[in-house]
Design a binder for this molecule. Sequence first.
Ligand code: PMP
Length: 308
Amino acid sequence: MKLSFQTPIVRHNGEYINREDATEHHINHSLHYGTWVFEWIRFYNTDLWPKVFKLKEHIERFLYSASVMGMQHNWTYQELYDATLETVARSGETDGYIRPIMYYGQWKMWVYPDPTKIQVECYISVWKRWKYLSDDPIKVKISKTRRIHPDTSDMSAKISGHYANSTIVSLEIKKEWYDEGLLLDTNWYIAEGPWENIFFIRWNKVFTPQLGTILPWITRATIIELFKKEHNITIKEVMIHPNDLMTYDEAFFVGTAAEVTPIASITTESWDIHTYTSGNSESYTMKMKHLYDDVVKWKVKVYIHWLS
Ligand code: PMP
């Protein structure tokens, strides 16, 4: 099936092939057991040519996730880095997403992926940009479903199986007409969205859930660094209880797709609605949203090292 947002050339292992030829067998270890690992990377139109944001960090996390899944392969950091840029160049697109995936291929169906018997495959594809969350402040609800406990998996790895948890949350939230869900951990502290990390602001203090149950690293780390460098604010990485929600003035989501998305309100499981001033033009959230937008489009030259 032709999907208009996907571009025609994909990279499979070492070769560039037509997307129509990138077919998968239905009997494949990763499909059956949720063991694919992947990234979701953004490239932006800049004054010069399309540039990929934080490619180094994404490739590092990709290789880390593959190692958590025990994947034995010969793709080096440099090869995947160069191949990602080459796939973007071949797509002809200037503004979009890149999806590298690595997985266990056909036929060998034991849960244990015996490295002497099972083939590891790698694809890189490029997708045209579309908007994931609205630019306007969004309505969020705390889901009934908890984030996966960190003792049950490695939450620093981007493994497809974790996204069954995110999908269940999204289904629940969309049924109630909210824009996005928010997951608590199994101790009832705020963890993250199904596809993004969260920040809160009270006066001049900025808070975000500490590492453990959440996917760490890329946009979250960018925002922490930008607050420090541009506003001299050190983010407090803490445990945040739903009872704290009423004490904050602003809240926003961050992520490769979400970028900086202001949150208008968060509804708790007991239907308390907390509203935020995140969308006001003078808010820290909006300042950070505009700054992030300038940084990723290379309008702020000091952060050029984040672009490839
Ligand atoms: N948490 C989850 C569960 C995610 O899927 C994502 C998106 N990859 C994020 C956080 C944000 O991560 P990143 O900044 O690397 O996009």
